[in-house]
Design a protein around this ligand. Structure first.
Ligand SMILES: Nc1ncnc2c1ncn2[C@@H]1O[C@H](COP(=O)(O)OP(=O)(O)OP(=O)(O)O)[C@@H](O)[C@H]1O
Ligand SMILES: [Mg+2]
Length: 381
């Protein structure tokens, strides 16, 4: 018998049938882009920002998308190269590829253009940021010139620009260039909320008020239940609503994490199963087994201080509390510190190391399965 393809995807952006619609959010994004606004989408990790951004743009008629992912950038020339690569993809579709080569050949600093992408020659990779970015914006202008209708430029993981050397100066330079462009809407997406807030909400930032902010909501529990339930039916697995609600709660409604659970459940449960609480804990145990060494390593290893470890463990139990409660005397005693400042420092360190993030005034584990493991197993193992 053919193995049934697992319908749950948790390791890439989702599109087409694999994308569960989120109408309200899509409409908000769509209306703003259609009316020519620049927009920034800010939201927690793995919540679906990139998928929704693409879904909305790809369904707009007569628009060209320049898709720039800044996730891996280390220096300015990487930013410029990401912009140019994205532009080249659009130009290759609307223009003769020889003309793209000719156009790139006329620019300075000199570029190496291959089918694999565009890069600055080795000797010019360290050229100052204005020169490299200037070339990148020449590319962007060329895209505008060679396409009809509006252009949407999607900058994903935009917050990383801030951490590049000369980050603020780069932002300032980009802002000057962006302001002069017509027929283009910019959509900036990012997951580190305080970094994105800093870029778009701080009066001192060059991007202050450069774009309207939309905070990305968690997916509606009902609509995602329908989506999940239908997919489980492919193996005739029935997921109980209470079990789904429990899953939604422990994953804080983050789509990527719920999909991980469902992928493992689909893979491990026999056909025609009832996904009840017993099965839920069975599936969680499989997830733990895969990750246990890593989880244990965090609590036993040297990456975190004793205080940070204590705090992490306490946060697993006190997630629902507003952070003000973390600073009381009793809480300090449990953690083993003598001042609220020490707690603040440990929270900042845990956030920086991306073990936790702050959402709606509470701290969440970046990996909710780690949190469940801390609650269920830490003392057993
Ligand atoms: N609309 C959706 N329907 C179903 N699953 C979704 C949807 N959006 C996101 N997901 C799930 O979440 C995962 C992460 O999606 P995506 O990369 O779009 O999120 P993100 O917020 O951009 O993540 P990151 O913080 O890593 O950039 C996907 O692999 C998929 O499992
Ligand atoms: Mg993303």
């Amino acid at each position: 018998m053919n193995k049934i393809k697992n319908p749950f995807i948790d390791d890439s952006i989702v599109e087409g049938d694999d994308y569960c619609p989120r109408k309200n959010l899509e409409e908000r994004v769509l209306n703003k882009l259609e009316s020519g606004h620049n927009l920034t989408l800010i939201g927690d990790r793995r919540i679906g920002k990139t998928s929704t951004a693409h879904y909305v743009i790809d369904n707009m008629k007569g628009f060209s998308k320049v898709d720039i992912d800044l996730y891996h950038i280390m220096e300015t020339s990487d930013i410029a190269e990401s912009i140019m690569d994205a532009c080249k993809k659009v130009l290759d579709k609307v223009w003769d590829s020889k003309k793209v080569f000719d156009f790139a050949g006329r620019l300075s600093p000199k570029l190496d253009v291959t089918d694999a992408g565009v890069s600055f020659g080795l000797d010019s990779s360290k050229k100052e940021y204005k020169k490299t970015l200037n070339v990148a914006f020449e590319f962007l202008n060329e895209v505008v010139k060679r396409t009809h209708g509006k252009v949407i430029v999607l900058f994903d993981e935009f917050q990383v620009v801030k951490d590049v050397k000369n980050g603020d100066a780069i932002l300032k330079y980009m802002r000057e260039k962006i302001q002069k462009m017509t027929r283009v809407s910019f959509l900036y997406v990012g997951s580190i909320r305080h970094d994105m807030d800093h870029i778009f909400r701080d009066q001192s930032s060059p991007f202050f008020k450069q774009a309207e902010i939309v905070y990305f909501e968690h997916i509606g529990a009902d609509i995602f239940f329908e989506f999940v339930d239908k997919r489980f039916q492919k193996k005739k697995i029935t997921i109980k609503r209470e079990v789904y609600d429990y899953l939604y709660r422990i994953c804080y409604g983050v789509t990527g994490d719920m999909q991980t659970f469902c992928r493992v459940a689909f893979e491990s449960l026999p056909e025609k199963s009832n996904l009840d609480f017993e099965e839920l804990f069975y599936v969680l145990e499989i997830i733990y087994k895969n990750e246990q060494k890593y989880f244990k390593g965090i609590l036993d290893g040297k990456e975190l201080t004793r205080i940070q470890k204590n705090l992490l463990i306490q946060l697993a139990q006190n997630m629902e509390q507003v952070d003000v409660k973390y600073f009381g005397k009793y809480f300090q005693q449990i953690i083993g510190v003598k001042s609220p400042g020490a707690i603040t420092n440990a929270l900042i360190a845990l956030e920086k190391k991306q073990f936790i993030y702050k959402s709606d005034e509470r701290y969440c584990y970046s990996n909710p399965f780690f949190k469940e493991w801390v609650l269920d197993y830490r003392l057993v193992i």
